[in-house]
Design a protein around this ligand. Structure first.
Ligand code: UDX
Length: 434
């Protein structure tokens, strides 16, 4: 089946490559010429485990093509996925100008039926707006459909998530659109055995908002519990484990720490608050989710200040710059909060991250970057853990202690066991643990 995917960002590129892998013929479109040139040279504009091989294999198999021409994409396939950026505007609402632009261009160039599927995270009712846009620009009488197919991929496991989804959600208005999307997803549904849910467009759009905000809420909930644990002398890891064994709660997304970041949760929670507000509902619960998330970072900073007392000229080794392991993505990463704060306090910073350092260097070219964790920790007055990379978990703690000037570890991701750290002679602080 022929499929066009507009937008070769995270969602678009992974989706396009995965559709090609299950046997479809896919055209990926992006108006950014440098991105398409990179892809034609087999260079990936984003880092994602397994993506390079997937793209290479499917380009070689002639199932994956790239173009900057949306007209070519429109001619290529009946089904067109829209996976362009929806960056937050200044009040938190999603900026839909790219989505509108794609809808308009497709409408102006299509010569027969097309199905436009929104895959970007968009506010409820975008489907309706897209429909109005297309109706405005289309040559008289041509038939078309719009649909919603929200994306649930996680960075770092995106390809695995695409082939083994928990569910596929589509929002449609016609049987024709449902049938086409069933055909698109048939190989994945057959292989993974996942549920294929068909609903109306507004429900599909809201499923995405409600899911991501719920997960963010789960993280803020455990972070709030971690604060009470600190005051009560309890251990949040044990509390979370005890909670998670209740199958109605589940163990996942109950890790306390310096809070959630990334390209989705902060933006999606913001967008959900904004759209609820527009519809006439004040979503106070989600505002509190945001406040708790921000407060975790401030709380950690207070702990650092309290431990070091005078910050000036103290050497702090920061382990982890990416918003989570497995990605070089810095969007809303805790490191972007801590680094400027610590620079302002005149601490000396040494930074380590296995893959996100190059991106960080573009923002802070003058800081000291280390390839090796022990080099980074050498002569440090404090190690600050912001991302739970496996390399951090596997650290030889005796060597770490020996390398440091003063063995203070501030653990923003609860990587180590407090009892073990104290036994080894560290001054160890984590989140929500005695
Ligand atoms: C998320 C959603 O999981 C995915 O379904 C959606 O499509 C996009 O947004 P992603 O942002 O890639 O995916 O990362 P995820 O693994 O969900 O983590 C998000 C953030 O939450 C990270 O900063 C992570 O460190 C933090 N987190 C996660 C916690 O602080 N505690 C947890 O228990 C889990």
């Amino acid at each position: 089946m022929k499929i066009t995917v507009v937008g070769t960002g995270y969602v678009g590129l992974v989706t396009g490559a995965c559709f090609a892998e299950v046997g479809h013929d896919v055209m990926c479109v992006d108006n950014d010429e440098s991105k398409i040139a990179m892809l034609r040279r087999m260079e990936m504009p984003i880092y994602e485990i397994g993506l390079q091989e997937l793209v290479e294999r499917n380009v070689a198999g002639k199932r994956l093509h790239f173009t900057t021409s949306i007209e070519e994409g429109t001619d290529f396939a009946e089904v067109i996925f829209i996976a362009v950026g929806t960056p937050p505007g200044y009040r938190g609402e999603a900026n839909l100008s790219y989505v509108e632009q794609v809808g308009r261009t497709v409408a102006e160039h299509m010569t027969s039926y097309r199905l436009l599927v929104e895959k970007s995270t968009v506010p409820v009712n975008t489907g309706m707006q897209l429909k109005r846009t297309i109706t405005k620009y289309i040559e008289g009488g041509l038939d078309f459909d719009v649909a919603s197919n929200p994306e649930f991929l996680r960075e770092g496991t995106a390809i695995e998530d695409a082939f083994q989804p928990d569910r596929i959600v589509i929002g449609v208005e016609s049987e024709r659109a449902a049938k086409l999307l069933r055909e698109v997803y048939d190989p994945i549904v057959k292989k993974s055995g996942c549920e294929f849910l068909v609903m109306n467009i507004a429900s599909a759009e809201l499923t995405k908002h409600a899911s991501n905000s719920f997960l963010a809420m789960k993280i803020s909930y455990i972070n709030a519990v971690s604060r009470v644990c600190e005051l009560a002398g309890a251990d949040v890891e044990q509390v979370a484990h005890g909670m998670g064994l209740d199958s109605r709660i589940g163990q996942k997304f109950l890790n306390a720490g310096v809070g959630y970041g990334g390209s989705c949760f902060p933006k999606d929670v913001d967008a959900f608050i904004h759209l609820s507000d527009q519809l006439g509902y004040d979503f106070q619960l989600l505002k509190e989710v945001q406040r708790i998330n921000q407060n975790q970072r401030e709380h950690m900073l207070q702990k650092i200040k309290h431990e070091l007392w005078v910050m000036q000229d103290k050497t702090i080794a920061i382990l982890g710059l990416a918003f989570k392991p497995g990605t070089d993505d810095l969007r809303q990463a805790p490191s972007l909060y801590f680094v400027p704060q610590l620079i302002e306090a005149r601490a000396k910073l040494k930074l380590w991250d296995p893959i996100a350092s190059d991106n960080f260097k573009k923002l802070y070219p003058d800081l000291t970057y280390c390839d090796d964790i022990l080099d980074c920790a050498k002569d440090a007055d404090m190690v600050l853990i912001l991302t739970e990379w496996p390399e951090v978990r596997d650290l030889d703690l005796k060597k770490l202690k020996k390398a440091m000037a003063v063995p203070v570890v501030m653990d923003g991701r609860n990587v180590f066991d407090p009892a073990e750290m104290h036994r080894l002679g560290f001054i160890y602080h984590s989140m929500g643990r005695p």
